[in-house]
Design a protein around this ligand. Sequence first.
Ligand code: HEC
Length: 407
Amino acid sequence: MLLRLALLGGFAAACNASVDRAEPTYHRDIAPILADNCVECHRPGGVGPFSFTTYEEVAPLAATIAAVTGERSMPPFNLDNSGACNTYVGARWLDEGDIATLAAWAQAGAPAGEPAEEAPEPPAPWQLDRVDLTLAMPEPYTPDETADDVYRCFVLDPRLREDAFVVAFAIRLGRAEMVHHLTLYALDDGEDEAEAAALDEADAGPGYTCFGDPLVPSRWLVGAGSSDRGGRLPAGTGLRMGAGRKAVLQMHYNRMHGTFPDQTAIDLQLAASVPHEAFIKRVEDAYLELPAGEPAVVETDTREMHENFTLWGVWPHMHELGRQLRVTASSPDGEACLARVDDYQFHWQQFAFYEEPRHVRAGDTLRITCTYDTTGRDTTTTWGYGTADEMCIGFFYVTEGLVGAGE
Ligand code: HEC
């Protein structure tokens, strides 16, 4: 905290020169920024540690808020959304102007100002206009109390008679204050299903323990943080669910606000066909050998493309030592940036969809570079599924061919 306050002093002083208007006040300037960007999590029962809905709650935290927004650790979003390397649909990302306003307000001593007639409301929750299939945990599950973070996978049976495509989804959380995020995966063959069933069987209680992903070959279908109510996949695209195939729901529970029985459900909107079937492709470096005790261990690998693809979204994935991640594409035209993460937090796992889908062509080379901080380790860290293992993956949501932009 001391460090943050010190940083803030320098930052706010630098900004004051450029903020050319009356001192910001809570009611006029700050409450709307918080309602739009923070209150979905920082409210009673939300995933954030404190509520930001009244002046009395917010004012004592003014300096901390200025510090975390100035260093962009809040609102949480792993990818750079500045425009230097893409921008993303619905990104949790503050404008430079809002960051400067929060800093100037803290610097001015957090004045309240005149209360507005109506307090600003956070954006309305997402709703699905039609539900075709609901997948729910078969019974309530109460996380084990030995760990703060619990990752649990549940095998679900969608009972589809024909293949269908997920195009949109809505989440109905059992206990929102305990769910950090969830991910639904499709299983594509009987062997993978048998492996998941065996993991389930071997673990007492509903479901099985799983960190990072379901521990069996699987495909991402939907994902959401505790404050996301759902969403729509990019227009014209969808992800296949196979007839008769199983699915795995991975829940990440955080017990910061207590331990409760949770039974979460996901409503899906399906289409019998979509113009462009989407696939999850990955570029990864799976041969990790990270020596202990180094602040910046860099690993990199490439993948050559043999077909044209449209990239609609990206999900950067490392575990707890991951700090930076980059994916670039090189072609005869030069190098293009596909994903950039400057301050990776394992906590914030999600797909982010590009505002402008990207194209890669046969012959292009994708390169992933991951940087790790191993100063807290005393043995070599290698690739694996465990909390103490590492990964280096860029998952991409792709369709075949060059879609959009008149091509
Ligand atoms: C998606 C949910 C989410 C959103 C949106 C969000 N936060 Fe948070 N915030 C959290 C969680 C969870 C924590 C506690 C875990 C952590 O520190 O990473 C947290 C922690 C914090 C902390 C304490 C951090 C510390 O290290 O002391 C501050 C301050 C904060 N948030 C401010 C904000 C502000 C300001 C915004 C909006 C600009 C915001 N948050 C948006 C979820 C969120």
